[in-house]
Ligand binder design. Structure first.
Ligand code: FAD
Ligand code: NAD
Length: 476
């Protein structure tokens, strides 16, 4: 007979979103059951952010050696041991894992069940030998790699983010389907660790970002020898003795065939809703995931959904932000509303690509001619020069009254600089604020001031400003 549990909150999925809800609720002394069918930590720790950034760091170290003669440093034997790079990935995961572990959460007072969860009715969930009736449920089951219906793909061995980080040898030639953040981050990491890499992108690579900024990143990746075939849809795949043969057609109607040793599918994500019993629970869902309102509630008011499964922006910090909103709603019954306008994102290629707020196109659509686009180039920044990182640009989008509407950065440390602009956006700052603070010299952050100051570029030529200066001069 099933054991009945009646916690205040039941969380399904111990990834970025689920762990944040469980930890916060437990900190307030609330009775929580957390259910995880796979590894604690979910995608981000085991198959996503952490291993991808660790592998990129290994690639950066390898690439640094090729750049070092610029600094008068010559290394004689440049040898890449891919297995050691993979060890680094494993060690980073292992170092973070205790923070997300069952032991830690049980120590916080959370009941952790390592089972697959499934709703059996609008207020009941089954998980192994347990039946759970909670006051509130939070679905945080994440997403999985979307595998496109390409003829032959199901007949060949392919990698996804769940298997890529198991490789102990560098692929000789890695073919990647998808030129989004996953495809391009992994293309660069593997290229720098010795693989030949070809990326097939049906539309535009980095298509969710500002096209000018994406072009800077794509140019840099191509210069490192990554072949990025945009407007090129994969039409079929065959197994060969040495790997796979990929047939693709370009938007110009040209057919091409590429032989590769390994294939990575990075063509987007599907929300993990299958097998959750959502129909039994009365929870509506569509191709994007669980349908939620601004307060992250599903069609069953007792059940919330957060993170990748909720069908919006798919980032760890979004899952964490949504977890905070759900906690406020469940524990304090406060009205909450998600605001995606303030969410930054970063693609960790080199150069990095960062974004927050409205894009230039969105801003122009909303404010027309009242939008000013202000830029500062990395090759004019002293710190970028000293570091040999002069490829890049920062773009600020200013609206009426000089108010910051959005920002895009392609360049070194874009991910760090975008945080400053994320804060500025959330505080409703203007170009006056961004031009008026003291930035330490020499830093890449000075790019923000430089772009913001250009908002006032016309001031010295303004006749009224000149008259005012002339008038003030008369007072001695
Ligand atoms: C290669 C890659 C790189 C990425 N890099 C970044 C990055 O740099 N920065 C960033 O912000 N985001 C990044 N992301 C996205 C980020 O990983 C996700 O947005 C984040 O993990 C979503 O958190 P989540 O809690 O919604 O889901 P997850 O972290 O995936 O957790 C969901 C958990 O639910 C469990 N589960 C599913 N179904 C059930 C069930 N029926 N019963 C019990 N348990 C279940 C799963 O096993 C999983 O552990 C990356 C993703 C990938 C794939
Ligand atoms: N740095 C980060 O924060 C980071 C890193 C990786 C992933 N992520 C998250 O994970 C999400 C998923 O990443 P992703 O790169 O898999 O998805 P994506 O949707 O951003 O990109 C997938 C790309 O694959 C292309 N594509 C789809 N089918 C194709 C086909 N048959 N042939 C050729 N191209 C095809 C699409 O046109 C698209 O450009 C991201 O949107 C992001 O939210 C974040």
């Amino acid at each position: 007979m099933a054991t009945l549990l009646t916690p205040d909150i039941c969380v399904i999925g111990a990834g970025s979103g689920g762990l944040s809800v469980a930890a916060a609720a437990a900190a307030f002394g609330v009775d929580v059951v957390l259910i995880e069918k796979g590894l604690m930590g979910g995608d981000c720790l085991n198959y996503g952010c952490v291993p991808s950034k660790a592998l990129l760091a290994a690639g950066k170290a390898a690439f640094g050696q090729t750049k070092s003669p610029q600094f008068g440093v010559f290394s004689r034997d440049r040898e890449i041991d891919f297995a050691r790079a993979n060890d680094h990935v494993r060690q980073v995961i292992a170092a973070i894992a205790p923070h997300d572990s069952q032991e830690r959460f049980e120590g916080l007072g959370v009941t952790v069940l390592r089972e697959r969860a499934k709703f059996t009715s609008p207020d009941t969930l089954a998980a192994g030998n347990h039946e759970i009736r909670a006051r509130r449920f939070v679905i945080a089951t994440g997403s999985t790699a979307f595998v496109p219906p390409i003829p032959g793909l199901d007949q060949v061995p392919y990698l996804t983010n769940e298997t890529l980080f198991d490789l102990r040898e560098a692929p000789e030639h890695l073919a990647v389907i998808g030129g989004g953040p996953i495809g391009l981050e992994m293309a660069q990491a593997h290229r720098r660790l010795g693989a030949q890499v070809t990326v097939f992108e049906a539309k535009q690579a980095l298509g969710n970002d500002d096209p000018d900024m994406a072009a800077i990143v794509l140019g840099a990746l191509r210069a490192e020898g990554i072949e990025i075939l945009e407007g090129t849809a994969v039409g079929g795949i065959r197994k060969t003795e040495g790997g796979v043969l990929i047939s693709a057609e370009t938007s110009a109607g040209r057919t091409l065939e590429v032989a590769a040793s390994h294939l990575l599918v990075a063509a987007g994500r599907v929300a993990n809703v299958d097998g959750l019993g959502l129909e039994a629970a009365g929870v509506d869902h569509d191709g994007k995931g669980v349908r939620v309102d601004k307060g992250l509630r599903s069609s069953n008011r007792r059940i919330y959904a957060i993170g990748d499964v909720a069908g919006g922006l798919q980032f760890t910090h979004v899952a964490g932000y949504q977890a905070g909103l759900v906690i406020r709603s469940i524990l304090f019954r406060l009205p909450v509303a998600m605001n995606n306008d303030l969410v930054p994102w970063v693609t960790y290629t080199a150069p990095e690509l960062g974004h927050v707020g409205l894009s230039e196109a969105e801003a122009r659509k909303k404010y027309g001619g009242r939008v000013k686009v202000l830029t500062a180039d990395y090759d004019e920044n002293d710190r970028a020069r000293t570091e040999g990182e002069t490829t890049g640009r920062l773009k600020l989008i200013a609206g009426p009254g000089g108010r910051l509407l959005g920002a895009d950065i392609a360049g070194a440390k874009a991910g760090e600089i975008i945080n400053l602009l994320s804060l500025a956006l959330s505080r409703k700052m203007t170009m006056k604020d961004l031009a008026g603070f003291i930035a330490a010299y020499p830093t890449l952050g000075e790019l923000v001031r430089r772009a913001a100051i250009s908002y006032y570029a016309e001031a010295p030529a303004n006749v009224w400003v000149r008259r005012l200066i002339g008038l003030l001069r008369k007072f001695g």
